[in-house]
Design a protein around this ligand. Structure first.
Ligand SMILES: Cc1ncc(COP(=O)(O)O)c(C=O)c1O
Length: 427
């Protein structure tokens, strides 16, 4: 850690003070020999656990052939095969892909393609969204601190709108009597000056990840789809965190009857090998001019080979999300009944979280308590993540392959931390 301080930029903050030495399945071991149950999955990446053997082998086989050539220099099988596989599992008519190095870069490319296709200017995104770390991505992301502060001026022609954050409804309404009025406000923004007639795309996470595991109500994305259609704006579905089985379906948007125009992938796409992708409608993906997109390493052959195997493994792991959801829903809902600080429990599939507050009535966020629970879990062998606009959400990202007894064990550690730390804080 001292050497980290000396040699690594202060812009990188370490969440928990253990240095990883080895990881396998749902476990991590640090350099001091401590073993942890991993409910972070490397921020929603290791959906099939650390280093699944078939995926490691697929990467090794490719390493034995060639590591890099650049797809623009010479096309190769794993890139094209991966695009073929994605066209089979993506919703709607998304058939053409490009691969990049990360989720962030994939978001950049999706928006470039949307601009090329629509020839329009404005980009819409959500105030509580997270879309990555490049200049465009932090401009799309709404949260000022820590993502945007000090980095301006940011990218122009971006309009933020409110998400369907029902627990803290921006319109102070309640579902279903609200009639999903928050979506109507998006229509208003899209159809009035200065955006009117000039909206290129709306970028959204089907379930917000960093924003605090916020899942919109039934009917939401259908309504947004119609608003985009009525305004000839593209709907870009950022599935970097939600994709590849995390929410119990291959892609989270499949919980709604809504086909996006482009779908962005990353994280679980390649279970740990750095890779991002954009898969879109043929006409949309055919809009950019020759040589207008690309990159030296994007769609690296080893990463693509790993991703092809990852998709197979993810399909096998998917049914287990039912058990994860059942166990987590039961335990977390029970905590909501019993503990004043558990304000909201939400999520889909294996992407569940709870929002912590001082009182249920006042909903005052308690980020310090959330952090102390995270540290307490760490001391007892469980790695978990926090999230949320107010930093007061505990989010659970266990690997989809986790066995019930280990899941329960992790939740026992979390409950004990919750009880002890809330008591310590006098809550
Ligand atoms: C929804 C979403 N989009 C984009 C990104 C950026 O991906 P990456 O960190 O691979 O650049 C993330 C990362 O957490 C994300 O959650």
């Amino acid at each position: 850690m001292a050497r980290k301080e000396k040699y690594i930029t202060s812009g990188i903050k370490i969440g928990l003070p253990a240095s990883l030495e080895f990881a396998e399945g749902p476990f991590m071991k640090d350099v001091d020999g401590n073993v942890y149950l991993d409910f972070t999955s490397g921020i929603g990446v290791h959906n099939c656990g650390h280093r699944p053997a078939a995926m490691v082998k697929a990467c090794q086989d490719q390493l034995d052939k060639f590591i890099h050539i650049c797809f623009m220099v010479s096309p190769y099988e794993s890139y094209i095969k991966l695009a073929e596989e994605l066209s089979k599992i993506c919703p709607g008519k998304l058939t053409k892909s490009i691969f990049l190095n990360s989720g962030s870069e994939a978001v950049e490319n999706a928006v470039k393609i949307a601009r090329a296709y629509t020839k329009k200017k404005w980009i819409m995104s959500y105030r509580t969204a997270f879309h990555g770390r490049t200049f465009l991505d932090i401009s799309l992301t709404g949260k000022e601190k820590p993502y945007r502060e000090g980095f301006g001026p940011l990218v122009p022609y971006i309009q933020h709108v409110e998400y369907a954050y029902c627990y803290r409804c921006p319109l102070c309404l309640e579902y279903p009597s609200c009639g999903i009025a928050c979506a109507d406000t998006i229509r208003t923004v899209m159809e009035t000056k200065p955006l009117e007639g000039d909206v290129c795309c709306l970028v959204g996470e089907p379930v917000q990840g960093e924003g605090g595991f916020i899942n919109p109500p039934p009917g939401y994305w259908e309504k947004i789809r119609k608003i985009c259609d009525d305004n000839n704006a593209l709907l870009i579905d950022d599935e970097v965190q939600t994709g590849f089985g995390r929410t119990g379906k291959m892609f989270a948007i499949q919980h709604w009857k809504c086909d996006p125009d482009m779908l962005i992938t990353g994280k679980g796409l390649s279970l740990g090998m750095p890779l991002g992708g954009v898969t879109g409608r043929d006409d949309v993906m055919s809009a950019p001019g020759p040589a207008s997109l690309g990159g030296t390493f994007g769609g690296n052959p080893v990463c693509c080979a790993g991703a092809i195997e990852s998709i197979k493994l993810t399909k096998k792991a998917l049914p287990n999300t039912k058990m994860i959801n059942k166990v987590e829903t039961k335990r977390l809902s029970d905590w909501k009944e019993r503990y004043e600080v558990v304000g909201d429990v939400r999520g889909l599939g294996a992407m569940m979280g709870m929002e912590l507050v001082k009182t249920k009535k006042g909903k005052e966020p308690v980020p310090e308590l959330t952090r102390s629970i995270q540290l307490n879990c760490f001391k007892h062998g469980l790695y978990i993540l926090t999230a949320g606009t107010y930093g007061n959400v505990i989010r659970l990202h266990p690997p989809l392959i986790i066995k019930q007894n280990l899941l329960e064990k992790g939740l026992d550690i979390l409950e004990s931390a919750l009880k002890k730390e809330a008591k310590k804080a006098g809550l």
